[in-house]
Design a protein around this ligand. Structure first.
Ligand code: NAD
Length: 260
């Protein structure tokens, strides 16, 4: 079995949270497919691994074109600014709203400030990023695609996830509402819902929630975590013409976690 190759030459793709983990793999895969990639993150180097080269440098080294735009997705103005920055490269064609944070703690203890921090980054960040990109596509009169990183947590509750799981559930519904209203502008809005993926946030989730994969109420059917690279193709598929009749959909990339 080989992997599919897509052609995103002449397209500009913004990936929030593109400096590490899933976003980094998605950004590099779009770069390999010929896209101009804007990595929008609060940090330039991969989280927890400052020695690895920044994503945009890796894409450039592989012959692609890319840039880093320092962006805090909890600030709606910063998302407007990165969409504006994409105009220098012809304007955003694909917006990947992927940045996210995890803060754990028991439902009875977690404070409102923590809830707000998680919600503002994960849910409001997706709202503002989708809105900024779609509005720009409408202004330019172009078709486009928005892809949001949801989670198995969008539908399944876990202990000590009182801030994270509601923020991810909001992403699922934001994806549907935005998709519904954007069809008339030829803009598709979809989500990828990863299961356990080997990244920094996964390690933080385990240490803060006290629940590791083996302790989940439902063990993962495949019995393992995936690498970020293993699920990156799902984003390219949803952005591609192969998915031209797919909108408002949440595609699980979860080793079967959601099926039972
Ligand atoms: P990660 O920690 O490796 O990557 C998250 C990235 O988001 C980092 O580069 C970080 O700097 C960036 N970021 C955090 N806050 C930001 C902000 N305010 N503005 C801009 N960038 C910010 O973790 P990951 O697993 O790659 O996470 C990516 C997405 O995948 C998140 O939305 C996460 O909730 C989701 N997810 C991850 C898993 C998993 O098991 N790893 C499962 C389901 C969903």
């Amino acid at each position: 079995m080989g992997s599919s190759s897509y052609d995103f030459a002449n397209e500009t793709v913004i990936v929030t949270g593109g400096s590490s983990g899933i976003g980094r793999a998605v950004a590099r895969r779009f770069g390999d497919a010929g896209a101009t990639v804007l990595v929008a993150d609060i940090r330039e180097s991969p989280k927890g691994d400052a020695d690895r080269p920044p994503t945009h440098e890796r894409i450039e080294r592989d012959g692609g074109s890319a840039a880093f735009v320092e962006t805090d997705v909890s600030d709606p103005a910063a998302l407007d600014a990165v969409v504006e920055a994409a105009r220098e490269f012809g304007g955003v064609d694909v917006m990947v709203n992927n940045a996210g944070v995890f803060r754990g703690g028991p439902f009875l203890d977690i404070d409102a400030e923590t809830f707000d921090t998680v919600y503002e980054t994960n849910a409001r960040g997706v709202f503002a990023g989708s809105q900024a990109a779609a509005a720009d596509m409408v202004d330019r009169g172009v078709a486009g695609s928005v892809i949001n990183t949801a989670s198995i947590s969008s539908e399944y509750a876990q202990v000590n996830h009182a801030a994270y799981d509601p923020s991810k559930a909001a992403i699922m519904m934001l994806t549907r509402v935005a998709a519904l209203e954007c069809t008339r502008h030829d803009i598709r809005v979809n989500a990828v819902a990863p299961g356990p993926i080997e990244t920094q946030i996964n390690a933080e989730t385990e240490s803060q929630s006290g629940v590791d994969d083996s302790g989940l109420k439902k063990p993962n059917p495949m019995g393992r975590r995936a690498s970020p690279e293993e699920i990156a193709g799902a984003y390219l598929f949803l952005a591609s013409d192969d998915a031209s009749f797919i909108t408002g959909h949440m595609l699980y990339a979860d080793g079967g976690h959601a099926i039972y």
